[in-house]
Design a protein around this ligand. Structure first.
Ligand code: URP
Ligand code: ZN
Ligand code: ZN
Length: 455
């Protein structure tokens, strides 16, 4: 099966140029002006952008959390990904106490083999070293292509948190193996202290979700994680960065030579803590919460200046009736919001509006995530890469609504968001999976991406 995409503007992290792109058996084999090759399928992309498929390196599909399970199955979540131009998703399966990494991954793979509509990889959340066995098993996991692991510095009551010694042991071991540790940084003790105080005082609206975990609560944990990374000379990836002070600590550490990678999410670039004052504020409850306007502006500035490496979504939607559990008590709201289908359109809209360049959008949504997480065949339009390609119409207007998304949820924080420019087609390894509003792929066609450790 061969595919020829003719006359579009190919966008890479460093340049944009008009060219034809030819792929055979799912791999890009030629790029050039007016290629004289015949193909099984030829697509006219003149006037359109030809982009690498995005990698959403932060999603939670079918995740038991907050007294329920996140609303998207692997099928609906990866279907939505395809329709938003995301051709690889990273899931975060969570180790149960006593469980093994490979046991956990195999149980997820059994489902994904049947359901995945795009390619996939895993960062495993480690919650317990099992007396040290996990540190040994990490070597096997890395050989199997699982080269990143996550530590929650929060969710203590939920049994998901690791203490600092565990974090440091994991960082040192990951470094030995050429792997990477991702952290969710917030301070759990201060959050729990604040929550207890607000509940005692009868302060139960969604605003108190924000006030129980404000900027300095995230910043403390960001700084602590960076401190350990610097002093143990190990690389670190901070997920869903949302606050200015923590971000500045990361930038400073990087300037001093530490290997700190920073991810943020569209919700932190778009919204501020004001959303928690809304009547439907509970629908925006995620952790960390959206912060004040200074943090939002600092995130955009850092993104433009190259201090934010990746933009991913933390996709973890819940239905309205589940969010409603916390109508009168913010602690009962399942934490998480939708995003996987909105990531690339949102960042590309920002490029279309001149806020960032299209090259920057490609860098942070595709090239950087592929490079940082060892997906050698992903993340760019280049010879030898997978033909994961998005055709983007800069002139197409689109308004996001739960009704025109391809997930399994009944509301979205992105409702009513107007985008100028939208993907019109997505190809996964040369096969069309999204066509002008419709998912046209096949569940089960996504493949596990065996990643390469950095050595
Ligand atoms: O609120 C969020 N972010 N839910 C998903 C779990 C996590 O912390 O990433
Ligand atoms: Zn998190
Ligand atoms: Zn998350």
């Amino acid at each position: 099966m061969s595919l020829l995409i003719k006359g579009g503007t190919v966008v890479t992290p460093t340049e944009s140029f008009v060219a034809d792109v030819y792929a055979e058996n799912g791999i890009i084999t030629a790029i050039g002006k007016d290629l004289k090759i015949s193909a099984d399928k030829t697509v006219d992309a003149s006037g359109k952008l030809v982009l690498p498929g995005a990698l959403d390196v932060h999603t939670h599909m079918a995740m038991p959390f907050g007294g329920t399970v996140s609303a998207d199955s692997y099928l609906t979540g990866t279907r939505a990904a395809a329709c938003g131009g995301v051709t690889t998703v990273f899931d975060y399966p969570v180790q149960r106490k006593g469980g093994t990494i490979l046991g956990l991954v195999r149980s997820k793979m059994d489902v994904l083999e049947k359901e995945a509509c795009v390619d996939y990889a895993f960062h495993c959340c480690i919650t317990d070293l099992n007396g040290g066995e996990i540190l040994d098993e990490m070597e096997l996991a890395v050989k199997e292509g699982i080269t990143s692991f996550k530590c929650f510095l929060v969710y203590k009551k939920e049994g998901m948190m690791v203490d600092d010694a565990t974090l440091v042991k994991l960082m040192i071991r990951a470094k030995e193996l050429g792997a990477l540790i991702n952290v969710h940084a917030e301070n759990p003790d201060i959050i729990d202290m604040n929550i207890a105080k607000f509940l005692r005082e009868g302060k139960t609206s969604a605003w108190y979700h924000y006030l129980s975990r404000p900027e300095f609560v995230e910043a403390e944990a960001d700084k602590r994680a960076v401190h350990w990374a610097k002093n143990f000379d190990a690389p670190l990836y901070i997920v869903h960065m949302a606050d200015k002070e923590g971000l500045e600590a990361c930038i400073k550490a990087r300037e001093e030579g530490a290997s700190i990678y920073v991810e943020t999410c569209p919700q932190y670039l778009e919204f501020t803590n004001e959303v928690y004052k809304r009547k439907d504020g509970r629908n925006f409850v995620c952790s960390p919460p959206m912060k004040g306007i200074e943090s939002r502006e600092a995130l955009w500035a850092a993104l433009k200046a190259g201090f934010i490496d990746t933009v991913a979504t933390d996709h973890c939607p819940f239905q309205s009736y589940e969010k409603d559990w916390g109508k009168d008590d913010f602690t009962k709201i399942p934490n998480g919001c939708a995003g996987v289908e909105n990531l690339y359109p949102y960042m590309l809209d920002a490029a279309n509006a001149g806020k960032i360049t299209f090259e920057k959008a490609v860098e942070v949504c595709a090239a950087n995530p592929a490079r940082i997480f060892g997906c050698e065949t992903k993340g760019s339009i280049a010879i030898g890469k997978d033909a994961d390609i998005v055709i983007y119409d800069k002139d197409k207007d689109f308004t996001v609504s739960a009704q025109n998304m391809h997930s399994n949820y009944d509301h979205t924080i992105w409702e009513g968001k107007k985008l100028h420019g939208y993907p019109v087609q997505t190809y996964l390894r040369g096969n069309l999976v999204y066509d002008n509003g419709d998912f046209v792929g096949k569940p089960g066609s996504g493949r596990f991406i065996k990643r390469i450790a950095k050595k």
